[in-house]
Design a protein around this ligand. Structure first.
Ligand code: SF4
Length: 251
């Protein structure tokens, strides 16, 4: 199905995220999917999508480096909703070449090597997954970081020449943490145990790979816990992994 201006206008008029998910999955079926990393937003989106009565397609980028609790959460979600979360893995050949050349823990060495690791383990598998989709539903929220403050609910992205554009949708872009928590409690949404972890004000704000994700302190930026060893070198270091780097061409 083409991403037309008329379609976008129709979708933009739907303010309720559950209705929006229903409209998207009814129109696009398996060409639409929710991407989740185990964050609360992803779990809430899955709950909403499953309530529509449709069979939503869900995927996660399994970097093979996730927290054990993340795998446990996915099993719980699959059991509760009777769904299968597609685990998208890195290319095994590229992965072993990277480890052979740079070592298992290359991300500690430099920003370039961290980006290389993210590229092999996340960005390339994500791009492969997106080739099977017309609509990519994400859990991005505007209040997650300065870099994400300008996130739009609808964004048309270019995938390169002679390829159809991709519609990226962030149904909960303007939701707050409190709204998410309230929804999760009301609807008994499975919550990642690390998101309920708190030690003297330190807590997990974002969940990624096990060695690259640490809790943040009370006055730290929300993504400060990612690749923490770079903070000392550059407090304004880019804390994004490159997943959301496709070129915007509309909305
Ligand atoms: Fe590699 Fe760390 Fe990026 Fe995961 S978050 S892909 S381990 S650099």
């Amino acid at each position: 199905m083409d991403i037309t201006p008329q379609l976008l206008t129709t979708l933009e008029k739907i303010s309720d995220p559950k209705d929006l998910l229903k409209e998207i999955f009814s129109r696009f079926g398996n060409r639409a999917a929710i991407g989740t990393s185990g964050q609360l937003t992803g779990s809430v989106l899955i709950d909403m999508a499953c309530q529509t009565g449709l069979k939503p397609r869900i995927f996660t980028l399994d970097t093979l480096r996730l927290f054990p609790e993340t795998y446990e959460l996915f099993s719980e979600v699959e059991k509760k909703y009777g769904i299968q979360i597609e685990k998208v893995h890195p290319d095994p050949t590229k992965l072993s070449e990277m480890i052979r050349e740079h070592g298992e823990y290359l991300f500690f060495d430099s920003k370039e090597k961290q980006e290389l690791c993210c590229n092999i383990r996340k960005v390339e598998p994500n791009e492969k997954m997106l080739e099977t989709l017309d609509v990519w539903i994400t859990g991005l929220r505007a209040d997650q970081s300065r870099a994400r403050a300008s996130t739009a609910k609808f964004e048309i992205q270019s995938r390169g020449e002679n390829k159809p554009p991709l519609l990226k949708v962030a149904p909960l872009v303007d939701w707050t943490e409190k709204q998410l928590r309230n929804y999760a409690t009301q609807h008994q949404v499975p919550v990642h145990p690390l998101l309920n972890w708190n030690h003297e004000g330190w807590y997990y704000e974002s969940l990624g790979c096990i060695l690259c994700t640490t809790p943040i302190g009370p006055n730290e930026a929300r993504r400060a816990g990612r690749w923490r060893w770079f903070n000392a070198l550059d407090p304004n270091a880019n804390k994004e992994c490159g997943l959301h780097g496709l070129k915007k061409i509309g909305r």
